[in-house]
Design a binder for this molecule. Structure first.
Ligand SMILES: *Cc1c(COP(=O)(O)O)cnc(C)c1O
Length: 396
């Protein structure tokens, strides 16, 4: 049986009518860039996420870039982040002229480790103004946690450190739209709303996917939202007057309209993904596979949340990962490795001076992790085929 890692065709079949109607209307009016469709989607998105403001942009990457530009991060600034993430997280830091400072991940959740952040900050000094400076003398301005695979980072711990060391926090929530975090104050917060600003991606394979590239920034501060909108459009305010240099990070009306059709279904899709994850766990336990592979952690399960995990990816750890992937591929089962190489070991960042061995948990995750098929429409018999092929591998 062929089991693809992801198949978006059925989702489209079910929503084809309203999506085509929206596109038809936009083609008729010829209002392609920003405008009312984008504003309607921004309102619906802010509402869904529990943010005061949402600013639609051209991609998740541009969302991060927009935030970093609006906060005026630049040369001689440094940003603490994870090396176990998609490239854009660190790429945007470098593009504004700042330096990423990579710290290790938590071995259980794959997310940035608050202990690793604390250890790093303890090794830093304060300058004359009391700002934290890294060992190379750069001002440490911010932390970018990434809510990886659909699970929120430990934001209470991260925000507490940020307060102690006067750092700004920016969430990369590209993989975690709607994912919830049970804060110590008893409230539940959704990804991207627990810091100064959060970035979302609507890349087609993300849980809420556009028909192309799209993204958004969430924030609760009205002044910052205004700056994000100005930077989104070449620093222009009013038209053709530029007091800052921004970029073209605008969202298309067609993408916004499609996303607005899909958004009301997102919680159902996330619930369906959790059912897929539950089914995998039951079957792996029944087959005795849980002693061979490590299943995803669910630290916020049973805390009364709707989206304790949104399973953007279902990532297991397997010691013989590469052989397992080959075995599954030979049986028609699609898998992927997120991510095969930590960002600290990427060629383009060689100048930052990191070496193999610097981030042991990141490097172990890069060796052991394997993403299995997960999407709302994945059928039980397809999942059973995945489990059977896994059992077959470990029976050898
Ligand atoms: C997808 C992703 C991005 C970038 O989003 P694009 O829309 O592809 O530009 C950034 N960070 C993470 C963690 C992502 O998964």
């Amino acid at each position: 049986m062929q089991v693809p890692l992801l198949d978006l065709s059925e989702q489209y079949r079910r929503l084809a009518g309203p999506i085509r109607d929206e596109i038809e209307e936009i083609l008729r009016t010829q209002n392609f860039i920003l405008g009312p469709k984008v504003e309607e989607f921004e309102c619906a998105l802010a509402d869904y996420c529990g943010a005061k403001h949402a600013v639609g942009v051209s991609s998740g990457t541009d969302a991060l870039l927009d935030i970093l530009m609006a906060l005026e991060l630049g040369p001689n600034d440094a940003v603490i982040t994870t090396a176990y993430t998609f490239f854009a997280t660190a790429g945007c830091i470098v593009r504004v002229g700042a330096t990423p400072l990579f710290v290790d991940i938590d071995a259980v959740t794959f997310n940035i480790s608050p202990d690793a952040i604390a250890n790093f900050l303890r090794r830093c000094e304060r300058n004359a103004e009391g700002r934290v400076v890294d060992p190379a003398g750069r001002v440490v301005r911010a932390i970018i946690p990434v809510h990886l695979f659909g699970l929120c980072c430990d934001m209470d711990a991260i925000n507490a450190l940020a307060e102690l060391y006067q750092l700004q926090v920016i969430e990369d929530a590209a993989q975690a739209i709607g994912a919830e975090y049970p804060a110590a104050d008893g409230r539940t917060h959704r990804a991207g709303t627990m810091s100064l600003a959060g970035s979302l991606s609507f890349y087609p394979s993300k849980n809420l996917g556009a028909a192309g590239d799209a993204g958004a920034v969430l924030c609760n501060d009205g002044a910052l939202a205004g700056r994000l909108r100005i930077y989104r459009q070449h620093g222009m305010e009013p038209r053709y007057y530029h007091h800052l240099v921004g970029g073209n990070f605008r969202l298309d009306a067609i993408q916004a309209a499609i996303l607005k059709v899909k958004l009301p279904h997102l919680d159902d899709w996330s619930a369906a993904r959790r059912r897929v994850a539950d089914f995998y766990r039951e079957q792996f336990e029944a087959c005795g596979l849980t002693s061979k592979v490590t299943l995803p952690a669910e630290p916020y399960r049973g805390r009364g949340l709707t989206n304790h995990h949104i399973y953007h990816q279902y990532v297991i750890r397997a010691p013989e990962r590469d052989a397992l992937q080959k075995h599954l591929a030979a049986r028609g089962i699609g898998t992927a490795i997120y991510y095969p190489l930590g960002l600290h070991e990427q060629e383009c960042f060689a100048g930052l001076g990191y070496h193999a061995g610097d981030l042991p948990e990141t490097e172990r995750a890069a060796r052991e992790s394997l993403a299995l098929p997960i999407y709302p429409e994945l059928r039980p018999e397809m999942q059973s085929a995945v489990v059977a092929a896994m059992a077959d591998f470990f029976a050898k």
